[in-house]
Design a protein around this ligand. Structure first.
Ligand code: NAP
Length: 273
């Protein structure tokens, strides 16, 4: 999802770049990572690859750690060989969600899921690159991947008469082209350390779903439910609103709105049949 939008954002700006898929480069293969970086000598490496199945990670923590943790070490070593900046994408799920005010970059991470733990390992690994930037983001939706917007649209398409959506988890939905632009901007400014980027406007999953329904022009009954009504293998933070104060200070730009992103998304992605 993020990788293809970043590719498009770079192409639009006439930047010179190489976009690799998993079949081009498996980041778990240290030798292959070292070779491609030594051959291409990039100034910047953005790692969009990850194990992203949050629930499945509970049973597959080793593989999640290998992709989200150890592989980032390989990228960090390779980046150091050519003096590249390593940009690692991380997540609001490194936090436990016990706060009730937005998470700042210096708040102590305390993941409550295997996925969150694996992503925290990735952050630690990324700091082994002499030049590193860790961009934490949240609740992504983009036209090139399965996401919450599609899951709501699929339920509407299947003719559900009642949409039940969790109302006691709060965060900041983020449209992936907005994130891609933010990453390009931060990298151009040679920003280092941890930065949070999330679109403007915090809400619950229920609020997000309600806006999707309204913007899609659908008519369906909706019911707010609690996390306990929807048991899932992985625990989610109840509150994972990221403060984007550092992003705004560094770039001088306020985050874009997820509602605007959603409108663009609905135009760009026709409903699946
Ligand atoms: N989605 C969210 O809501 C969210 C929220 C916060 C942060 N993030 C972070 O944002 C980043 C991008 O996420 P996304 O939503 O764009 O994920 P995505 O759509 O699942 O993309 C991840 C990509 O990584 C590839 N990949 C997996 N293992 C690999 C390997 N060993 N070598 C090379 N490529 C590999 C996957 O390929 P296959 O599909 O072929 O396996 C997939 O194309 C991740 O770091 C994620 O943790 C996501």
């Amino acid at each position: 999802m993020v990788g293809s939008d970043l590719r498009d954002a770079l192409a639009e700006r006439d930047e010179s770049f190489l976009a690799l898929t998993k079949s081009d480069l498996d980041i778990m293969n240290q030798r292959a990572v070292a070779k491609v970086v030594a051959d291409e000598k990039p100034a910047i490496i953005v790692n969009c690859a990850a194990y992203t199945k949050v629930d499945a990670a509970e049973e597959n923590e080793r593989i999640a750690n290998a992709i989200n943790g150890s592989s980032v070490e390989f990228l960090a070593y390779a980046a150091n060989e050519v003096g590249a900046l390593l940009v690692q994408i991380s997540t609001d799920f490194v936090f436990d969600g016990s706060k009730r005010t937005p998470y700042e970059i210096n708040d102590a991470p305390h993941p409550v899921s295997a996925y969150g733990r694996s992503k925290l390992l990735g952050e630690q690994a990324a700091t082994h690159a002499e030049k590193n930037l860790i961009v934490r983001t949240s609740w992504l939706f983009g036209v090139n991947g399965p996401n919450f917007v599609e899951s709501i649209r699929n339920q509407i398409r299947k003719g559900t008469d009642l949409l039940r959506v969790v109302d006691d988890q709060r965060g900041r939905p983020t449209y992936t082209p907005h994130l891609a632009s933010a990453i390009v901007r931060l990298a151009q400014l040679d920003t280092r350390g941890i930065v949070h980027y999330a679109d403007a406007g915090e809400c619950s999953w229920f609020d997000f779903a309600k806006t999707i329904v309204e913007e899609s022009g659908a008519e369906v009954r909706m019911k707010p439910v609690s996390t306990d009504d929807f048991p899932r293998p992985a625990k989610r933070p109840a509150y994972s609103v990221l403060s984007t104060e550092r992003y705004e200070r560094v770039t001088g730009i306020a985050p874009e709105s997820w509602r605007d992103g959603l409108r663009e998304y609905l135009i760009r992605r026709p409903p699946s049949s």
